[in-house]
Ligand binder design. Structure first.
Ligand code: FMN
Length: 148
């Protein structure tokens, strides 16, 4: 099974985590793509998607995920049969909009018919956990379901 890791970032944290997840899954066929370079027409039902995104501005998607959101809005693809997991990165210093980026991307994907697998993680940059420490066991657990 192919695993496509898609990331949305403003200052690189989500990209670093996406690369770390790919290294961790080195026994799988993985790719890492910035959402700014991903066309919604390229979704493929044989691929499992791992989406990593931060939140910026006032609870908005980070800059690199915004063209994807616009493209999804324009293309309105039918993503039924597409499965994805989603890891949000945020900071509880922004309590009103904590992790809205991941929430928004999840809504965009499920709104188009895709199915979320596992729980959406809400990483907190002000919390005790490093993103990798949450993400690597999380993706291992999800893949036991998906691979089955
Ligand atoms: C200017 C600015 C605005 C931010 N706004 C939010 C926000 O509204 N909600 C949130 O949960 N995190 C917010 N964050 C925190 C980032 O999402 C967090 O630092 C994340 O790890 C950044 O990842 P990135 O480098 O991939 O963009 C903000 C950070 C900055 C610097």
């Amino acid at each position: 099974m192919q695993i496509a890791i898609l990331y949305g970032t403003e200052t690189g944290n989500a990209e670093m985590l996406a690369e770390d997840i790919a290294s961790h899954l080195s026994d799988h066929d993985t790719s890492v793509t910035n959402l700014s370079d991903f066309d919604p027409a390229d979704f493929d039902r044989e691929t499992f998607y791992v989406v990593v995104t931060s939140t910026y501005g006032d609870g908005e998607l980070p800059a690199s995920a915004q063209p994807f959101a616009t493209a999804m809005d324009r293309a309105a693809p039918n993503l039924s049969g597409i499965r994805f997991a989603i890891f949000g990165m945020g900071d509880s210093e922004y309590p009103e909009t904590f992790n809205f980026g991941g929430k928004r991307l999840e809504e965009i994907l499920t709104g188009a018919g895709a199915e979320r697998v596992g729980e959406r993680v809400t990483h907190d940059a002000s919390g005790a956990d490093m993103a990798d420490d949450l993400a690597l066991p999380w993706i291992d657990e999800i893949l036991t379901t998906v691979d089955a």
